[in-house]
Design a protein around this ligand. Structure first.
Ligand code: ATP
Length: 363
């Protein structure tokens, strides 16, 4: 079922400082997967708990499908157990005295016997554990336990599934594999799901929509591609991926023909000069994939660091003026630290920001 959160505010009783949630708006269509990303303490878990009904919003509305479950102005707060929401939390404790099948069937106690065993079988197959139905939790790997927890939450066909860092106790390799597997399982079940993670690779692997939060605010709620290539704010740009802010000054500006001076030479902007650039000064966000290795280029940079990524190297490069940029270069171009290489920019997808006090920092 779709989820809609409107202008949601939440302040914990007796808490000082800013609100834990300060006006959150997001919508998640039926069957889509949303992921909340952000630094520790930004309010991700609080938002999830407010959707579940475990925390009370001080302002705003939440609806599931067409039915409001929270409307603070009207004093509406539907009890958690009446929201038809499934949850998988960080410490997805399985019942140790119940086997896999009994764990998964736990929420189906009041179902008719035949329907229950049919559902149980479907869930076991969905998560690929049909052969392990009789095992006890302590006989399962971490990844298998996680799949049992997922099947248990999915079994009663919740209208919405909430998952709070469900992979946090698993090792990195397993996490990445499970993220893809989990996405496939949720898509097959057609379940609308909202995740919390602080791992952006997990967010990109899982989410149809990803939101970046900071101090109770949702900076952007968008498709992963959009978030990476068109970050709405500097915070999103810095939080997602690698890149550098490069200060530039407008050199000439005619409609459709705007040029700027930059430490990488004169560059043509992909559009007109943004109206927010007071005094003709702005900044470009250079992603590692916008910086192209080109021996023919006049712009030379020194390799400060390199990281092998399989198909590519991620080079950290220093320009002569001291500016640091990152470049993703196909790994057959294997240069050593300290070597100088030519670079040019692919300006097609460059994102522009208004100039801030700070200068040219790589992140
Ligand atoms: P993490 O990634 O570390 O889990 P988070 O983004 O999920 O962080 P929340 O747990 O939602 O963050 O916390 C948001 C803010 O609300 C934090 O400043 C936290 O200290 C505060 N907070 C959370 N629960 C309570 C509570 N019960 N009472 C008072 N303040 C709380």
């Amino acid at each position: 079922m779709s989820l809609c959160v409107q202008d949601l505010h939440l302040r914990f009783a007796k808490a000082s400082g800013p609100s834990a949630l300060a006006g959150i708006d997001l919508s998640l269509p039926q069957g889509d997967i949303g992921v909340l990303l952000g630094p520790s303490g930004c309010g991700k878990t609080t938002l999830l708990r407010a959707v579940a009904g475990l925390e009370r919003a001080t302002q705003g509305r939440i609806s599931l499908g067409n039915a409001p479950v929270v409307d603070a102005a009207q004093g509406l707060h539907v009890a958690p157990e009446r929201r038809r929401i499934g949850m998988v939390f960080q410490d997805f404790a399985l019942f140790p005295h119940l086997n896999v099948a009994q764990n998964i069937g736990f929420g189906l106690a009041d179902w008719a016997r035949a329907k229950r065993s049919e559902r149980l079988q479907a869930m076991l197959e969905l998560v690929g554990l049909a052969a392990l139905a009789e095992r006890w939790p302590h006989q399962l790997s971490g990844g298998q336990q996680q799949r049992v927890a997922l099947a248990r939450a999915l079994a009663p066909s919740p209208d919405l599934l909430l998952l709070d860092e469900p992979f946090s106790s698993l090792d990195v390799d397993l996490r990445e594999r499970l993220a893809h597997e989990l996405r496939a399982i949720l898509k097959q079940a057609g379940t609308t799901a909202l995740f919390v993670t602080h791992d952006q690779f997990e967010a990109f692997a899982l989410g149809d929509h990803v939101g970046v939060m900071q101090q109770g605010h949702l900076h952007q709620w968008a498709r992963p591609y959009e978030l990476y290539h068109r970050p709405a704010t500097r915070f999103v740009a810095e939080f997602i991926g690698h890149g550098t802010f490069v200060p530039v000054t407008v050199a000439s500006s005619l409609p459709g023909h705007a040029y700027v001076d930059s430490p990488l030479g004169t560059l043509r902007l992909p559009g007109d000069v943004p109206p927010t650039w007071g005094l003709g000064e702005g900044e470009l966000l250079l992603r590692a994939d916008d910086v192209i290795h080109d021996d023919a280029s006049e712009v030379q940079a020194t390799i400060l660091r390199k990281a092998f990524r399989g198909a590519e190297f991620l080079y950290t490069l220093q320009l002569d003026e001291g500016l640091t940029v990152m470049a993703l270069v196909p790994s057959h171009h294997d240069h050593g630290v300290g070597e100088r290489i030519g670079i040019r920019l692919d300006m097609d997808h460059i994102v522009t920001f208004a100039r801030q006090g700070r200068h040219s920092n790589a992140f």
